[in-house]
Ligand binder design. Structure first.
Ligand code: NAD
Length: 484
């Protein structure tokens, strides 16, 4: 029996479970069947206010911010351990909520979430200031202090991991948090609230308000008691969030949309490259900000690679996320499926060639779409330029390295990029020229909490993960002690 079957989702505020002040609830849908599985409380402004007040009180009483980094680290280690102990249940919950294949949930979402909390637990202990050499007759040093109350606003596609990428460093640095998960995928956030409490995180340090973006998200964003906004989501909403936060002079981390190019040079190991290309666009049913939906191929190997993709892609197992053999599950919500259909219809209208896929998969009433490869689109097509966020790959040829780089950098986004080549000098040269927060060479989606993660251009700013993440959750204070 999963958690939501034991108790329906309520808001987690100040260590207490409560209904929304106006009693509102919202439905959670299983995307593999299109059926309602449970409901969760839908927070309004009064609930958000209560959550921010609880977070402020918890911050000010010092029960968390006053601990040493080592003590906070110990609690975060317990969080990681509890995630591992409850791995199967969390994976089942995330799979049901998002439609992710159960195998992927265990191997990626749950495993990475535990690793991430562990990483931040260790980082909590290394938050050192610096002694500065100055000509003053003074002891001059810097120290890092928590910012205060962090609003964490997360998207639907990796609910557990992307909450951890904010809550982990925020807690490591001594902040308190109000988390608003995505409207359509709130379940793992509520599960984690229980685990935080069990791990010994003091009441009020992590609060969870489920609800919609325009109501709960907006109220949280605008709340004067919030000291920082950590946002992951679309570029359109991110722009709004950054402008509201900017007006209030609040620091933000902006992890926004992506539309990465995956470049295959003629000297690539094609067999290896194809595996990375397919992983890059079908992983998480293409609902992956760091996915590689734009394939750029050297003209000399373009027909060969298209032929291999036409054979291999239809063999990718698409189906029920509960089946351990499934690699591609349904889209997380019907609206996301519709968006993919609209882009593929546009590609057809523009005369593109659908190499494979190009249609829904009719299964159990779920929101399935077949992995789709599209060739013969012009680079200025919206299908190439915009973020589709589904299992769709566009394929374009290029003539030389300069053209490959120009095409790769030609969209407004700059989150990730990939290069397939056996030429070492070319690998480094092209990696330098790609406008992206992360570049992979000869694989895709190699991610680790030690490696900073974030975008350039319309993909946002600020970095999650790595020691760089902590800087985003602390403020530096300079102390100068006169020795006269
Ligand atoms: P979204 O922008 O629709 O929603 C993200 C979050 O913002 C949700 O919690 C939503 O409720 C909230 N929100 C909506 N309106 C708001 C408002 N007015 N004020 C405050 N909060 C508001 O994004 P989504 O559809 O959930 O996620 C998909 C997008 O996220 C894609 O563009 C994807 O590329 C991006 N993404 C980026 C990263 C990254 O690390 N850069 C990671 C995952 C997803």
């Amino acid at each position: 029996m999963t958690t939501f079957e034991r108790e329906p989702g309520r808001l987690f505020i100040g260590g207490q479970w409560r209904e929304a002040a106006d009693g509102a609830r919202t439905e959670v849908v299983d995307p593999s069947r299109g059926t309602v599985v449970t409901t969760v409380a839908e927070a309004g402004p009064a609930d958000v206010d209560a959550a921010v007040r609880a977070a402020r009180e918890a911050h000010d009483d010092g029960a968390w911010s006053g601990l040493s980094g080592r003590e906070r680290g110990r609690v975060l280690h317990r969080v990681a351990q509890l995630i591992r102990e409850n791995a199967d249940e969390i994976a089942a919950l995330e799979s049901l909520d998002v439609g992710k294949p159960i195998t992927l949930c265990g191997a990626v979402d749950v495993t990475n979430a535990a690793n991430d909390y562990e990483y931040f637990a260790n980082l909590a202990q290394s938050q050192d200031g610096a002694l500065r050499d100055t000509p003053m007759n003074a002891l001059a040093y810097t120290k890092r202090e928590p910012l205060g109350v962090v609003a964490a606003i997360t998207p639907f596609n990796f609910p557990l991991i992307l909450a951890g990428s904010k809550i982990g460093p925020a807690l490591a640095a001594g902040n308190t948090v109000v988390h608003k998960p995505a409207d359509e995928t709130p379940l793992s956030a509520l599960y984690m609230a229980r685990l935080f409490q069990q791990a010994g995180v003091p009441d009020g340090v992590v609060n969870v308000v489920t609800g919609t973006g325009p109501v709960a998200g907006e109220a949280l964003l605008r709340h004067r008691g919030v000291d920082k906004v950590a946002f992951t989501g679309s570029t359109a909403i991110g722009r709004h969030v950054a402008s509201v936060a900017g007006e209030a002079l609040k620091p933000v981390t902006m992890e926004l949309g992506g539309n990465a190019a995956h470049i295959v040079f003629e000297d690539a190991d094609l067999e290896k490259a194809v595996g990375a290309v397919i992983k890059g666009f079908v992983f998480n049913t293409g609902q992956f900000c760091m996915g590689g939906p734009r394939l750029l191929v050297a003209r000399s190997v373009y027909p060969t690679l298209l032929g291999i993709l036409a054979e291999a892609v239809p063999g990718v197992p698409v189906g029920d996320p509960r089946d351990p053999a499934t690699v591609v599950g349904p889209m997380a919500a019907e609206k996301h499926l519709r968006k993919v259909e609209e882009y593929v219809a546009l590609a057809r209208k523009e005369g593109a060639r659908i190499v494979c896929g190009g249609e829904r998969l009719d299964l159990d009433g779920g929101y399935y779409y077949k992995p789709t490869v599209i060739a013969d689109l012009s680079n200025d097509s919206r299908v190439v330029q915009e973020e589709i966020f589904g299992p769709v790959l566009t394929v374009q040829p290029f003539d030389d390295e300069d053209e490959a780089v120009a095409l790769a950098n030609s969209t407004p986004y700059g989150l990730a990029s990939g290069v397939q080549t056996t030429n070492l000098a070319r690998a480094h040269r092209v990696a330098d020229r790609l406008q992206a927060g992360i570049v992979w060479v000869n694989d895709w989606a190699m991610l680790d909490p030690a490696m900073p993660f974030g975008g350039v251009k319309d993909s946002g700013y600020g970095r999650e993960y790595g020691p760089e993440a902590l800087a985003g959750y602390t403020k530096v204070k300079s102390v100068v002690v006169s020795l006269d």
